[in-house]
Write a protein that binds this ligand. Structure first.
Ligand SMILES: Nc1nc2c(ncn2[C@@H]2O[C@H](COP(=O)(O)OP(=O)(O)OP(=O)(O)O)[C@@H](O)[C@H]2O)c(=O)[nH]1
Ligand SMILES: [Mg+2]
Length: 369
């Protein structure tokens, strides 16, 4: 078996049991989708209803014993958690369960690392991963320090090589973070020059923003004839692509951007903020929504996008809501949506169809109005 095959087998050999906490029954379908994108099989799931996760172990003690049994029964060799864990929660869970634990942030970071193509995208993901790891190292360090403090009575052996190793690792990580920030600032300057050229062309700009898998790249391709990759997987696009298109003889520029998700790791928002800020400094932000998802998901997805737009300072930009994938809906659902979101346009990036904003109008047309 060659190295590549070995790698593939190892990945598929990861069998995760997914867990989550929510006041109502937790919905772990998105976590399953994330794991599928990351190439991990899901062999079971377990949710606990509680206001918020236990600060030390994520689950309550009784539930944890149940989880240990379930993991064995499901033959899981990995526990995937639907939240970002505190370092001590992760450590305690691993200790109690005896198998590795991965949190939602690490899974998303892993997918981003796998999908990053451009030099800038790779730098941004590396920065986010280092920030995430640095927080964990700090946790590990405090943990060791506590262990050391426990042995302090004896005085000896309280400063082992572990601690100095972690100090060194932390210093290296901090140096690398500083270097990455500098390089990202340089690429930002290059982009600013490119933008000036575009500004000189004086064309109005439109940015597509939205939840991952909403169909942003498909819309860009349909509207501009671009050839951006489209896939039924999460976070397919990481780098923004800008293309010109024409409507009624007028030229516009349209930019596709990275997708958002609920509980988007703040390290990623921060690392991608320069690219996002610029893309979303457009004259108009088209918020693309997958209108074919169940009502509750629709609202949660829209709220998640609104939150990120707010967080990166694009909350007050002019916005148009585009309800996409309406080819998958029947007439009644379309009418419901046009009453509910009377200012939105209903579109299908897949078929190129567009329906007028007015609820009363039944007219569908191509992208030519
Ligand atoms: N039926 C239908 N499918 C669509 C439509 N638009 C996109 N899709 C499908 O939805 C999936 C995601 O589309 P993308 O265009 O890659 O979505 P995206 O928003 O760019 O996703 P990320 O880059 O991952 O954030 C693909 O499988 C598309 O073929 C549509 O209007 N109708
Ligand atoms: Mg895309």
């Amino acid at each position: 078996m060659d190295a590549v095959q070995n790698g593939a087998t190892r990945r598929a050999a990861q069998r995760a049991l997914t867990i989550g906490v929510a006041p109502e029954e937790p919905d772990l379908s998105e976590l399953r989708e994330l794991l599928r994108t990351a190439g991990v099989a899901v062999t079971g799931e377990m949710g606990q209803r509680r206001e918020r996760p236990d600060p030390d172990r994520y689950f309550g003690r009784g539930k944890l014993a149940e989880l240990k049994r379930a993991a064995k029964e499901a033959d899981a060799n990995l526990i995937a958690v639907d939240d970002e864990l505190l370092p001590r929660q992760e450590r305690n869970l691993e200790e109690e369960l005896g198998i590795p634990v991965i949190d939602r942030t690490a899974i998303i970071l892993d997918i981003f690392a796998d999908h990053a193509r451009s030099a800038e995208g790779k730098l941004q993901v590396e920065l986010a991963q280092l920030e995430y790891n640095l927080a964990r190292m700090r946790g590990l360090w405090t943990h060791l320090e506590r262990l050391g403090a426990g042995r302090m009575d004896g005085g000896i052996g309280t400063r082992g090589p572990g601690e100095s190793q972690i100090e060194t690792d932390r210093r290296l990580a901090r140096n690398r973070i500083a270097a990455l920030r500098r390089r990202l600032r340089d690429t930002k300057a290059t982009r600013a020059t490119m933008r000036k050229e575009r500004d000189r062309a004086g064309l109005p700009t439109v940015a597509l923003a939205g939840y991952t898998n909403a169909g942003k790249s498909t819309l860009l391709n349909t509207m501009t004839g671009a050839d951006v990759g489209v896939r039924e997987r999460l976070f397919h696009t990481l780098d923004p692509t800008t293309r010109a298109f024409e409507i009624s003889g007028r030229q516009y520029l349209m930019t596709d951007t990275v997708g958002f998700i609920r509980k988007l790791p703040h390290q990623l928002v921060e690392a991608f903020s320069a690219t996002l800020e610029e893309a979303l400094g457009a004259d108009l932000i088209v918020h693309v929504v997958d209108a074919s998802v169940p009502e509750e998901d629709l609202h949660q997805m829209m709220a998640a996008v609104d939150d990120v737009l707010e967080e990166i300072g694009a909350g007050d930009r002019r916005r148009l809501l585009a309800l996409n994938k309406v080819d998958l809906l029947d007439d009644q659902r379309r009418r419901e949506l046009s009453f509910r979101f009377s200012d939105a346009v209903q579109v299908s990036g897949a078929t190129g169809a567009r329906r007028s904003r007015r609820a009363s109008s039944r007219r569908s047309s191509r992208w030519s109005c």
